[in-house]
Design a protein around this ligand. Structure first.
Ligand code: GLN
Length: 304
């Protein structure tokens, strides 16, 4: 399979469709990007990198970082984690508070904001400087010092963080939150404000295509069983209330962010990151989803 030719074809076809969406503006600083940018990077399990378009340009990875933080916590707390966060799709928007009340403060999954806040709280219990640990970990996975936190995005999100603050207080009222709320929110906003290129992001997801072994870090990051479980969570919960549609159209485990990025894996073959800032009404990148749909159509295989 000529991956370079494949992603170039996908890129051209998506560009020709002239799809439109809306850049996220609820975090004002994220709205300050050129909406026309579009890049794809694919990394195979030998470490070969294929790229097209804006694949080397860093962008705000936002909720894609929830996969990295889950991986860190999974390793440290293992099965104890699942008493604090469930593994069911929510069918609700990423920032919804609705289910948290009748689920008694146990978020439906680690990828909605409520669940990711619990994960960040667990990281704050474990590490004295959690944000350094997170950036070091992702740099290691990508095999390069590539992660930068954009301070303007971090502050912008903090200044408009009413929803996430409300979720944190609600979790605390159910005693599912152990550290000071401001401290955890700062770490959460910082990891959402990390910037990476498609190339580095795809490299940092490579271990999930490789039974937990990162060829860039040259070590086992998760056991094979843990790696399969993170992939199962991405498939069922990675796109919030659009997870079913992503599985239907694309058929790969993946995770989106409101910066317009999507990272996905084809187990035992490759990891891929696609970025384009314009989003659909569910908060997922219009062009990235279409590109991945075309990609698995052309490959004639997916997880299924
Ligand atoms: N930082 C964003 C938020 O908490 C992340 C959301 C996303 O990427 N879906 O609202």
């Amino acid at each position: 399979m000529d991956y370079q030719q494949l992603i170039e074809e996908v890129y051209q076809e998506v560009q020709a469709e002239n799809l439109k969406g809306k850049v996220a503006d609820y975090i004002p600083e994220i709205g300050n990007v050129n909406p026309d940018q579009f890049g794809i990077a694919l990394v195979d399990l030998k470490g070969n990198v294929y790229g097209v378009g804006d694949h080397q340009k860093p962008f705000s990875i936002q909720s894609i970082s929830k996969v990295h933080t889950l991986t860190m916590v999974f390793n440290v707390f293992n099965s104890k984690l699942w008493s604090r966060v469930n593994v069911e799709p929510s069918g609700d928007p990423f920032n919804s508070i609705a289910q948290l009340e009748y689920e008694k403060g146990i978020p439906r999954n680690p990828f909605i904001n409520a669940g990711a806040l619990v994960i960040t709280d667990a990281l704050c219990s474990k590490f004295e400087h959690p944000i350094n640990e997170i950036t070091d970990f992702i740099n290691e996975l990508a095999g390069a010092t590539c992660v930068k936190i954009n301070p303007e995005v971090q502050i912008s999100e903090k200044n408009h963080g009413e929803r996430n603050t409300a979720l944190a207080y609600f979790l605390k009222s159910f005693k599912n939150f152990n550290n000071p709320i401001d401290e955890v929110l700062d770490v959460y906003f910082s990891h959402c404000a990390m910037e990476m290129s498609c190339v580095d992001l795809a490299k940092s997801f490579s271990f999930l295509a490789n039974d937990g072994y990162s060829i860039f870090a040259d070590r086992l990051v998760l056991t094979e069983s843990q790696s399969r479980r993170v992939n199962a969570l991405m498939l069922t919960c990675g796109f919030y209330d659009e997870a079913g549609e992503f599985a239907f159209k694309v058929g790969l485990p993946g995770k989106s962010g409101v910066g317009g990025g999507v990272a996905a894996v084809m187990p035992h073959k490759f990891s891929i990151a696609v970025w384009s800032p314009e989003l659909n009404e569910k908060g997922n990148s219009v062009k990235a989803i279409r590109a991945l749909e075309l990609l698995t159509d052309k490959l004639a295989f997916s997880l299924f």
